[in-house]
Design a protein around this ligand. Structure first.
Ligand code: PLP
Length: 390
């Protein structure tokens, strides 16, 4: 969370005074407005506001027809939620390397594709845009779907197009830690009508009751899904947050540019697939090896983090995935399903050595939204001192 204030409080108060929080209603609700706002802001046909980013990822995979018997490629560096969504859909996560940009390596995607690959999930981790041109070209060539995990990149873009709207579907997250937040929440973005309709059925049991007539014309027969529907209180908060989003990004990007312009002569910055679309959440410095990276991170006056230490963001710490525990009930466990018996991956701690190497010699410098120019200048001097002392 970067910014929240009295506008959000007033928006929530209005909803509570109205006394009707239900998303699907005959009266025109905040939840309907928030989806209109998203369609406009993200320039996407079918945004669906739901309970979480994870719900949006799972819904997108299911709506694209991913299920048992399918492989889905996921980067070695992402929050465990991305891989769990694949298992949630019944499919097998195949882990691919990242490259120096800290996002999925298009080259390794191509190496990991098999006749069973159904989709790839590029993750715009820390707001760094993935190489979408290369990924879309590979996906087209091999006829696989692309589900963008934009949960850490709300509002970011790639060559002028919003992240999450380039692939077949994308997911945003609005949990407390993300660029904008409504407490908990997420959105599925898609321009595909078929994906939208199946997503409506899957994420909201009421969709069948309320939109049943509209869904009659298409090829999708109603099926059983889950209840990931959001509500008007969250929507009211999110509508205000959406008005703040581009301002937040502008400030983060300006701060990052100021810092990186000053630091670039003295260090190696992680390359970017699109520096202008990058969200500016963190500055990533890369070193020769882990020892130097750690020495720098703990230099006098600094307490910086290495992405290798970010726990469940690294594949080897995705415990239930690594242990192949896909469900509580073994009969519902995709790792034990007949349809998956030939494609259960052989997960090993060291299966993505290049990713582990990159993550252990990278150091993140945080970029707080309200940092002053004086504070940035001071930070730059401290960092320069530490770099010289290496
Ligand atoms: C936060 C996050 C998610 C899940 O979002 P929730 O809204 O918490 O479910 C998925 N993927 C990534 C990369 C995330 O950072």
């Amino acid at each position: 969370m970067y910014l929240m204030g009295k506008e959000e409080i007033e928006a929530v108060a209005k909803v509570i005074e109205k006394g009707d929080f239900f998303k699907i209603n005959s009266s025109y609700q905040e939840s309907m407005h928030v989806e209109e706002d998203m369609a406009r802001i993200f320039n996407v046909k079918y945004p669906i506001f739901m309970t979480s980013g994870h719900a949006a990822l799972t819904t997108a995979l299911v709506a694209l027809g991913v299920g048992p018997g399918d492989e889905v490629i996921v980067p070695a560096y992402t929050y465990i939620s991305t891989a769990m969504a694949i298992v949630g859909a019944g499919a097998m996560p195949v882990v691919a390397e990242i490259d120096e940009t800290l996002t999925i390596s298009p080259e390794d995607i191509e190496k990991k594709i098999t006749p069973r690959t159904k989709a790839v999930m590029p993750v715009h981790i820390q707001g760094f845009p993935c190489n979408m041109d290369a990924i879309m070209a590979i996906a087209k060539k091999h006829n696989i779907a692309v589900v963008e995990d934009s949960c850490q990149a709300d509002g970011g873009s790639y060559k002028g197009t919003r992240l999450g709207t380039i692939g077949d579907a994308g997911a945003l997250s609005f949990n407390y830690f993300k660029i904008i937040t409504c407490g908990e929440g997420g959105a599925l973005l898609t321009n595909r009508k078929d994906v939208f309709e199946r997503s409506m059925i899957y994420h909201d049991s009421n969709a069948i009751a309320f939109f049943g007539d509209q869904l009659k014309d298409n090829a999708t027969e109603p099926f059983c899904g889950h209840e990931f529907r959001s509500n008007d209180i969250s929507s009211a908060i999110l509508r205000v947050q959406l008005t703040r989003m581009d301002g937040i990004l502008e400030k983060l990007r300006a701060n990052k540019k100021y810092m990186t312009d000053a630091l670039s002569p003295y260090c190696t910055l992680a390359p970017s697939n699109d520096a202008e679309g990058d969200c500016g959440v963190v500055i990533a410095l890369q070193f020769e090896n882990e020892e130097t990276a750690r020495k720098f991170a703990t230099s006098e006056g600094m307490k910086l983090g290495l992405p290798i230490d970010t726990g469940k963001h690294i594949y080897k710490n995705w415990t239930p995935i690594m242990n192949k525990k896909g469900a509580f009930n073994p009969l519902m466990d995709p790792f034990k399903m007949e349809a998956n018996k030939d494609i259960v991956p052989d997960y090993k701690e060291d299966m993505c050595p290049k990713s582990l190497d990159i993550l252990s010699r990278t150091v993140y410098i945080g970029n707080p939204l309200n940092i002053t120019k004086e504070e940035m200048d001071e930070k730059i001097e401290t960092i320069k001192r530490a770099l010289k002392a290496l």
